[in-house]
Write a protein that binds this ligand. Structure first.
Ligand code: SF4
Length: 377
């Protein structure tokens, strides 16, 4: 009997390319990936996936979900279980590829302070100048078409991330393949996108043929804070682009704001909530545009390590709790507070040096752009 504790153990596949021919696999982007890389992936017989399916115990590679659930936050596993239920997919022992997640090429036009060269091609030169260790070098996977050998005929949930997936051809080619092999009108496709790119006509046509197209716009601040955190993004352009995409207004379009919380934007959450309430609260059909919370991820790079909420000192932590109690969105407040309270006290101020170093290279000024945070140093 296979393990069914997570719906993805028998039905999920995540592919992350590392060069023109090879890729790591997992069952979702949150699961620790295979140490081995593969040039071909057989979903039914791949040794990494099979081993997890056939383990009758908690899977150590899924630590991120267990941690989130322990802290009272929704885990990826719970989100997928809800998506399976919504789509009427049974969470059972049959091995079939229903939920496919694809890491498009790591090309990106931003170098967010919480990211690094593994996921943004633009970061690489600055990493070199700062002498940071590059743990895993990915070369361009532009010509890596590892998905071509997969049977996508049963896929009902498709997710793209990057880099910036809308700057690549990967997502378009995969949607075309699903449209040829399977039933695109029954597909829910979703993207993590930095909201800087407007989709091409062909992509919009493909989206219109899906059952649902969900866009998760990664927005970690507004105005000055956005431009500092998601450097060198321009807030007015991004804000307008999101509205233009919302105005595509086709049936099945769904938009959410993906807000990644860390030390840098902790004291700006109300500004983001206010912007959403004021300018971007709903789709044309009246459906709400919700904010969902992620937390800065140490796997993304140096910034992810030093800007995680575990780096708050006692004074900043107390101030943060007080601030969170004043937020108008009580769900966001509870989620962030739960995560902060679950962290061990830490007096690690490495993030200050990190932001100072970035400022020297970029000509930015964190104490000005993030002045509400600067009060606590
Ligand atoms: S990391 Fe979470 S969602 Fe992913 S396979 Fe493991 S339990 Fe499932």
């Amino acid at each position: 009997m296979t393990n069914t504790e997570c719906p993805l153990y028998n039905k999920g596949l995540y592919i992350e390319k590392i060069n023109q021919t090879d890729a790591h696999v997992a069952m979702c982007c949150m699961q620790i990936m295979s140490p081995e890389f593969y040039t071909n992936v057989n979903f039914h017989t791949n040794d990494y996936l099979e081993k997890i399916r056939n383990t009758d115990a908690k899977i150590p590679a899924c630590v991120s979900c267990f941690e989130n659930e322990r802290n009272g936050n929704q885990s990826y596993r719970q989100g997928q279980a809800a998506a399976f239920a919504q789509q009427g997919i049974e969470q059972n022992h049959t091995v079939e590829l229903k939920s496919f997640s694809y890491n498009c090429e790591n090309v990106c036009n931003l170098k967010c302070i919480t990211c690094g060269p593994k996921y943004s091609s633009l970061w690489y030169p600055e990493y070199k100048k700062l002498n940071y260790k590059i743990e895993q070098i990915k070369s361009s996977g532009k010509h890596n078409r590892i998905f071509e050998s997969l049977d996508l005929s049963k896929v009902e949930l498709m997710h793209f991330q990057g880099g910036e997936p809308l700057l690549t051809q990967d997502h378009e080619l995969i949607l075309e393949k699903i449209s040829q092999q399977g039933n695109i009108s029954d597909l829910i496709v979703s993207y993590n996108t930095n909201a800087t790119v407007f989709p091409t006509d062909n992509v919009v046509d493909l989206w219109k043929r899906t059952k649902m197209t969900k866009l998760f716009f990664s927005i970690d601040g507004t105005g000055d804070q956005f431009e500092y955190i998601r450097f060198p993004g321009v807030w007015d352009q991004v804000n307008q682009n999101m509205k233009n995409i919302r105005d595509l207004n086709f049936p099945g379009l769904w938009i959410e704001i993906g807000l990644t919380v860390g030390v840098s934007n902790l004291f700006y959450l109300q500004d983001i909530i206010d912007w959403r309430d004021r300018e971007f609260s709903q789709l044309h059909n009246g459906d709400p545009i919700n904010i969902f919370i992620n937390f800065v991820n140490h796997k993304l790079g140096r910034g992810g390590k030093v800007l995680g909420l575990h780096n708050l000192n006692d004074r900043t932590k107390s101030a943060a709790i007080e601030y969170l109690d004043s937020l108008t969105d009580k769900n966001i407040a509870a989620s962030v507070k739960g995560t902060i309270l679950a962290q061990q006290p830490n007096d690690n101020n490495d993030w200050i040096q990190y932001l100072d170093d970035l400022d020297r290279l970029r000509g930015t000024n964190w104490q000005h752009s993030l002045s509400k945070l600067a009060k606590y140093i």
